[in-house]
Design a protein around this ligand. Structure first.
Ligand SMILES: [Zn+2]
Length: 389
């Protein structure tokens, strides 16, 4: 890409998203260079990307939620007649991969081997819920599972489509759960996968379900070495290589803070309470600090992921209260006893299309997960629920 154009794109992205500001109130479809577009999530929601080639469209991730996925697909249709034929999964989390069924069948999921293993291990209720994620796709996916559409690789893969190169990079780490960066060497554009956070504090958890800070450091270093000119982070405004350099500094500094407290024999509860990254003013999701502190604590002490014993239970009763369009609700299980339940991405409903169709007075039987030490007031995660009027 010519230097002037790069400068223009960076100026444009800077104008669209001033430094240290979250993204806008509505998702935006932004042209980065000819044939390459970023779908920038609203308020630092997940960012996706579309690469148009003469052999079809390659997308990287699928939009933060169902309305965004449909909007993303419509925006792609607005710029090309080519169908979406490949979906590169940069990270295996709902806000990145959740829209995949909208493009299936007809497209191929390109994933890291570790993600394929996860897809192959999906339980029947998860597959049922996956098929129903987009009612307009349900019939077409009636007998399908995500692993039916997947192609996996181990550390590096290159797509060469209509003269365009799309390079996929996996940086090995015991706890990299299959995060993949996508690099376009011709234009210097990169989707930086999980390691790419801009103006949002990273979502790192003690169970290592989102990787580790050490893994993120390895990833950011490897990605910076590719000298990307435009970086589409997983979350936050599009920027230059500075997005990754910033994140590298952030991670090193976060680890130093926790290390300093460990060196002073500060107990974990105190570290969790004190730790912050407040010098990153204007960044959102300060709510991630507690998990981040505990994760770094575990990493620095050489502890593996936190494993929380979980058991499955069943309940039956009548819905008495509903909040957040059915995301949370309470069930009267008889004799004045109440249980609070929470709907997850994988929750499978029978008897209603989805959680938005729940109503007070409906009868329901449900299986749910109880994690050791979990606060019941927050609502147990439902596995499956059968609803009757
Ligand atoms: Zn995400």
């Amino acid at each position: 890409m010519p230097r002037l154009l790069i400068a223009a794109v960076l100026a444009l992205s800077a104008a669209l998203a001033p430094a240290f500001a979250v993204t806008g109130d509505k998702a935006e479809f932004v042209k980065l260079v000819d044939d390459v577009y970023a779908y920038v999530g609203k308020k630092n929601d997940a960012n996706a990307m579309a690469i148009v080639t003469s052999q079809g469209v390659v997308i990287v991730d699928t939009g933060n939620n169902q309305p965004d996925t449909r909007d993303f697909a419509a925006k792609i249709k607005g710029v090309t007649d080519q169908p979406v034929r490949w979906i590169v999964v940069s990270q295996n989390h709902g806000d990145h991969i959740g829209g995949a069924p909208y493009f299936l069948p007809g497209a191929t999921l390109i994933v890291h081997e570790r993600v394929l293993k996860d897809l192959e291990g999906m339980k029947p209720y998860q597959i049922k819920s996956w098929r129903k994620r987009f009612p307009e796709r349900e019939a077409a996916l009636a007998n399908a599972a995500p692993a039916d559409f997947a192609m996996a690789f181990s550390d590096r893969m290159t797509l060469s489509l209509g003269g365009k190169r799309v390079e996929l990079y996996y940086v090995d780490d015991p706890y990299n759960i299959g995060d993949v960066a996508v690099f376009l060497p011709d234009s210097g554009i990169m989707h930086a996968a999980f390691a790419g956070y801009n103006t949002r504090h990273p979502d790192i958890r003690p169970d290592y379900s989102h990787g580790t800070t050490w893994g993120m450091i390895k990833q950011t270093e490897a990605y910076i070495a590719l000298k990307p000119k435009i970086v589409v982070p997983a979350h936050g405004p599009v920027g230059g290589v500075g997005v990754l350099e910033n994140m590298l500094d952030y991670l090193v500094s976060a680890r130093q803070k926790v290390r300093a407290m460990i060196d002073k024999n500060t107990p974990l509860p105190e570290i969790v309470k004190t730790f912050n990254m407040n010098e990153y003013a204007g960044w959102d999701r300060g709510s991630h600090f507690e998990w981040m502190a505990e994760t770094i604590y575990r990493e620095l002490r050489g502890e593996g992921p936190l494993v929380i014993p979980t058991v499955e239970k069943n309940t039956a009763g009548t819905i008495t209260r509903i909040a957040e369009e059915g995301r949370f609700f309470a069930v009267d299980t008889g004799g004045g006893a109440e249980i609070r339940l929470r709907v997850g991405t994988d929750t499978n409903f029978e008897g209603v299309a989805d959680r938005t169709k729940l109503a007070v007075g409906q009868h329901l039987t449900a299986s749910y997960e109880v994690k050791e030490g979990f606060n019941p007031a927050l609502g147990y995660d439902i596995i499956e629920a059968v609803v009757t009027p």
